[in-house]
Design a binder for this molecule. Structure first.
Ligand code: C2E
Ligand code: CA
Ligand code: CA
Ligand code: CA
Length: 277
């Protein structure tokens, strides 16, 4: 099998702790999946609220398990975290994202930034920014094409490490977004105490739109974000009235099934080409 950089990261080196309840079966299946290259990325478009132009993609991992079908990340990311395999899986995801950006650049496509999700455990790895830098260097990906998404919960739980990592990402020239904002126990302090550029408002707050109370909450988040010079993305936009309400209360960008499902790279490229017209 092809050697993937970062896959050689040992659990102990990365400081990951193996939970005592780790399921050996899940671990073996994940290990086999990594070995057999059963993981792939799909790409969901993000669009501008004002004119609908493509502003970026979010890379989302899928597990194509022989005899099982496509497994969703909600069903294996927790197991990967429990078993410590998230280090290897995360490195593979980064490598795949950088490889895809590089392939689009090489094909002269009008590339947009690709956002990669980061697990709380990766945030705790003191060498994580180094891993990102090595992946970018290997594929010669300029930093403006890579965005890092960190969930609000992860950042709030590990505020000091999050601040350190985000500082390192910014030093590399990467864009950093706070993911799932408003879904957990939110702390407004987090918005000012981390060097973020974007806030993604969780689907939980977008779903009840255009109800007046939901609009009031999202409007307040947008005003706060604007005062802090943060861009706001509305997540999980599924209907035209939701998109309209999200735009009216000040969201800058949308992501959701109303615009597009996550797409295989071959279909995502059509969005890139359309954006050039
Ligand atoms: P997330 O980062 O909040 O990603 C957005 C999720 O919402 C994706 O689910 C996406 O398919 C889904 N989604 C997008 N638009 C809509 C919509 O309009 N309606 C609804 N109902 N859902 C929508 P997905 O791909 O199943 O991923 C679930 C979660 O798994 C992600 O939530 C993220 O936390 C995690 N995840 C996915 N890929 C990765 C990855 O590469 N690394 C890590 N560490 N976690 C990942
Ligand atoms: Ca995300
Ligand atoms: Ca999210
Ligand atoms: Ca989420």
């Amino acid at each position: 099998a092809k050697r993937v950089p970062g896959l050689s990261v040992r659990l102990a080196d990365a400081g990951y702790v193996r939970g005592s309840g780790a399921s050996l079966q899940a671990e073996q299946a994940l290990r086999a999946g990594l070995h057999n290259e059963e993981f792939l990325l799909v790409f969901q478009p993000k669009v501008a609220a004002d004119d609908g132009r493509l502003t970026g993609f979010e890379a989302l991992v899928r597990w194509q398990r022989p005899g099982v079908g496509i497994v969703s990340p909600a069903d294996f990311i927790p197991a990967a975290e429990r078993t410590g395999l998230i280090g290897a899986l995360g490195a593979l995801i980064l490598d795949k994202a950088c490889a895809q950006i590089a392939a689009w650049l090489a094909a002269d496509e009008p590339v947009v930034p690709v956002a990669v999700n980061v697990s709380p455990l990766q945030l705790l790895d003191p060498d994580f920014a180094g891993l990102v830098a090595r992946s970018m260097a290997l594929h010669r990906v300029p930093p403006q094409f890579l965005t890092i998404e960190i969930t609000e919960t992860a950042a709030a739980t590990h505020l000091d490490q999050a601040r350190e990592r985000i500082g390192e990402f910014r030093a590399l020239g990467l864009h950093v977004a706070l993911d799932d904002f408003g879904a957990g126990v939110s702390s407004l302090n987090i918005l000012r105490s981390l060097p973020l550029q974007t806030v993604k408002i969780d689907r939980l707050l977008i779903d009840p739109m255009p109800a007046a109370d939901a609009q009031a909450v999202v409007r307040a988040v947008c005003q706060l974000a604007r005062a802090l010079q943060l861009k706001v993305v509305a997540e999980g936009v599924e209907t035209a009235p939701q998109a309209e309400a999200a735009r009216d209360v000040g969201c800058d960008e949308f992501q959701g099934y109303f615009f597009s499902r996550p797409l295989p790279a071959a279909d995502a490229v059509a969005w890139l080409r359309r954006s050039r017209l």
